[in-house]
Design a protein around this ligand. Structure first.
Ligand SMILES: [Mg+2]
Length: 292
């Protein structure tokens, strides 16, 4: 191709420089090509940067605080389902049961690092994050804990953090101003409960253990499995559990938003994490509901 005369080239460049740039113009393709896609980008940003997330957490914990006195006064009030408690709790000390991750402690910096680095969850990277002891308390929970403490209510943490992370977890909770009273208020994954057969990471055995010592007034979590045994992890099962127990949400059970991970996600790809990331993403795209 014959080169354009120098004077003509300079004229084209000068005209281009004079073109106004629209503020809503998409960035040049070369600039966007270097930014990797990640399924979790928006979810992590929503947790970290939106006022709406903070408001939802504060709203939930404030509403729960408002119900503590009614729960204490009603001897029939119990937040554990039949089959996941021993007895009706009469005469036992009152307690509330809380999950830890995304219920009490905010692990979004760990998720943000995965997005930044293009990584996915792994036990070693998770353990390293927990050992840092730097997770912050989620909005509203410290105020709720103070209100519960003032009424003589014990906080019991039932978490799927493994028991080898107990010390780091308790250090982190205390540093964030959360009460950790006694030896048996952290019931982590791997704890053996006499008389109860453990299934995977289900929490039912640990709820039974809590019921031997406490009348559980409320449960807090970001997953259905924080409240009741799930069994088969399928979307249909999740919906059935919601149908059965929906009256308890907002009184005995308090669920908190977590868009960044949870059992709902693998339920969409047959719980098969061994599939390549692209295959899991394809299954999730296939699960999109594009018609009402
Ligand atoms: Mg959780």
């Amino acid at each position: 191709m014959r080169p354009a005369p120098i004077c003509a080239t300079m004229l084209v460049l000068a005209l281009a420089a004079c073109q106004p740039v629209r503020p809503d113009a998409p960035p040049a393709a070369a600039a966007t090509a270097a930014v990797p896609a990640d399924d979790n980008l928006n979810a992590v940003l929503w947790v970290q940067r939106s006022a709406e997330y903070r408001a939802l957490l504060e709203q939930a914990y404030r509403a729960a605080t408002d119900k503590l006195d009614a729960a204490l006064a009603d001897p029939q009030w119990n937040a554990l389902v039949e089959g996941e408690r021993e007895g009706d709790g009469a005469g036992l000390k009152p307690a509330v049961v809380l999950d830890i991750d995304e219920t009490v402690l905010d692990n979004s910096p760990y998720q943000a690092r995965l997005v930044r680095d293009g990584g996915e969850y792994s036990d070693p990277s998770w353990d390293a994050w927990v050992e840092e002891r730097k997770a912050r308390a989620v909005p509203g929970v410290v105020e709720f804990a103070r209100a519960a403490n003032a009424r003589g209510i014990t906080l019991v943490y039932i978490s799927n953090r493994a028991v080898h992370l107990t010390e780091a977890t308790l250090d982190n909770l205390r540093a964030e101003g959360l009460p950790v009273e006694g030896e048996d208020v952290f019931l982590g994954l791997g704890l053996k409960v006499p008389g109860c057969e453990q299934h995977g990471s289900e929490k039912d055995c640990r709820r039974i253990l809590a019921s031997r010592k406490y009348r559980v007034l409320m449960q807090f979590g970001d997953q259905l499995g924080d409240f009741v045994r799930i069994g088969d992890n399928t979307p249909a099962r999740h919906q059935a559990l919601l149908e059965r127990h929906r009256d308890w949400f907002g009184s005995r059970w308090w669920i908190l938003p977590n868009p960044t991970y949870g059992g709902w996600e693998p339920a969409l790809f047959d719980n098969n994490w061994k599939q390549p990331r692209e295959a899991r993403r394809a299954a999730k795209r296939a699960a999109l509901e594009t018609a009402p």
